[in-house]
Design a protein around this ligand. Sequence first.
Ligand code: ADP
Length: 722
Amino acid sequence: MPVARILFPLPLPEPFDYAVPPGLDVQAGSYVSAPLGKHERLGVVLELLPDSAGEGRTLKEVAAVYPTPPMSSAMRDFILWAARYTVSHPGHVLGMALRSRGGLSPSPTETVYEATDAAPARITEARTKLLEASRRLGPQSASVLSEAAGVSAGVVKGLADAGALRARSVATDLPFDPPDPDRKGAVLTAEQAEAADALKQSVAAGAFATFLIDGVTGSGKTEVYFEAIAEALRADPDSQILVLLPEIALTQAILSRFEARFGATPAPWHSGLSDRERRRTWREVANGRARIVIGARSALFLPFLKLKLIIIDEEHDGSYKQEDGVTYHARDMAVMRAKLEDAIVVLASATPALETVVNAETGRYQRLQLSARPGASRLPDVDLVDLRKAPPERNHWLSPHLIHAMQETLAAGEQTLLFLNRRGYAPLVICKSCGERLKTPGTENWLTEHRYTGRLVCHVTGYSIPKPKTCPQCGAADSLMGVGPGVERVAEEVRVLMPEARIEIFSSDTAQGGEATRGIVDRMERGEIDVLIGTQIVAKGHNFPNLTLVGVVDADSGMKGGDLRAGERTYQLLSQVAGRAGRAERPGRALVQTYAPDNPAMMALADNNRDGFLQIERDVRAELGLPPFGRLAAMILSAPSAQMVDEAAQDIIRNAPNGEGIEVFGPAPAPITVLRGRHRRRFLVKSPKNIDLSAYMAAWTARLKLPNPVRMSVDIDPYSFL
Ligand code: ADP
């Protein structure tokens, strides 16, 4: 009997061998179930070994094979590579590819009813209502029909028995409509056409290549990559395309653009899907039928059969980095996946990451530049408002300069966007009486005041309490006071200044779910909002034609914290936000309030000098040997007590292998020292670029024997320094 080497989606160190009994069609990549311990479990056949591999061994047998086509060899290689790179168990990575068990079986079916031409012998009011509903709605389940008609489900059965309704069994999960590449897209400008041609040629050639579409906000990057998608659809009837987007909020607007261009909605993949939607997308992808998938970072682990093109929109976005479980950066992983698949990767951004820019300059990525917005639309003028010279009034947050501009904008019948990346009313609550700062118990995390809900909330742990009437420390009544601004507080200020203006807040608190988000976006597009006050959720993707003023309330907030990418991230975020202004015929401007107008990020913003800014960033990182000129990895330890975590840290540092050029910093308390009752310490490891830091970390962790309650995780290329 041949031998199947099966990987299970479990944290096991290696795959296991099973015998393939006669009559079972098992291939490399087959999804199978096999006995493991007391249960039969789902696994994937990594490879099929000849009969000789089983000689002299007693092997358990594969129990069953799922009807899904075998996972491609490129995908299996990708899983093993990703596990090695991220220092994770291969089974953990496989688990990310198997996020929907329901997708392994054919679609469930349901019974639907439709009206026939036969009239029932006996007609009642309920029956008439039901037949009307059936004619209006077409084939539907008994519950949908009876609910629509406002009658009991028994009426459906009665009519079916009488021959007036016909029952039919249909699949509940339908395939996605095939996209049509030949519908008309935008008429491209010369610059756009040149970029699109370069992509199309590469797609047609069908060999691995990486591109960067480096184009100012609104320059038509989406229109350009649409042409690459169209070409990939045409080039091969089985090709599949993955489009990664950073925010689910964004997918709403972009889904309609896909529909308009390709006449079909792409298959979605993100954490907000229902089980049924998830199962449907997974099944269609794994069977090679879903041609275009649009999703969040985790879509990169879907088992495409023939992935030919990957688009990563807003490639610089921090949300591509997964911080829990298997930590990975979807952009970097996508490039590797494309290499294994012989596919094309297209990164798109107005503010590419320094890593990406360096890759473009060394020729690893091909850069396609879009320098202008098409038509009359032009980039906004950005001015810094020096808060040291003209500060807001005490306990206010808007400077006279910004207020004046907002009033002008309102008078002109145009819209203002105020950007402040802080949810809630005030980021800190203190007691006027005793000076106590309210924190989440057992941690150093401040509580944020939310006035709409009347609660104090920890944005790190999710801990939340109703705002106390008295200080929990000294008991003084009515002494708790919010310090600093959040979007709710700025909204309060605007309401007083401009009582006639229509004001809304756009943050993850006010826009929970796609519908609420779409509501705000629609009202803004229709001009029903005069001043929108938003967190970073407003920064991306939206086109508001009547928005001509962007005010950045506190440009300095992202610069604190000493993280290596703080300046870069601030520049990216603020130029994205500023780019919201003046998208249509009307010119836009952005006013950026700062106490540090001579910070390089602020100066670059005002001068629209991205490349000059990146040059400074690059020099600093090169000097310090930081990414992309060197490598970083982090190890984070946690335990229920400080003593336990410190002892474990000492043991770990004693076990650190020697490595040429490798520096280990720490143990240091992690910036979030206590999280969910666990004390945390971290090591930061730095190496030159040519060192295999994953192998080093794997060798280190293999030596460790940590006591049970101590947990350790490795983060290769850390982005968050929490
Ligand atoms: P980006 O992705 O670079 O921000 P988009 O592709 O979203 O830019 O384009 C910005 C706006 O300009 C969109 O409304 C888009 O439809 C429009 N647009 C882009 N290129 C063209 C073109 N060649 N002709 C007409 N409209 C265009």
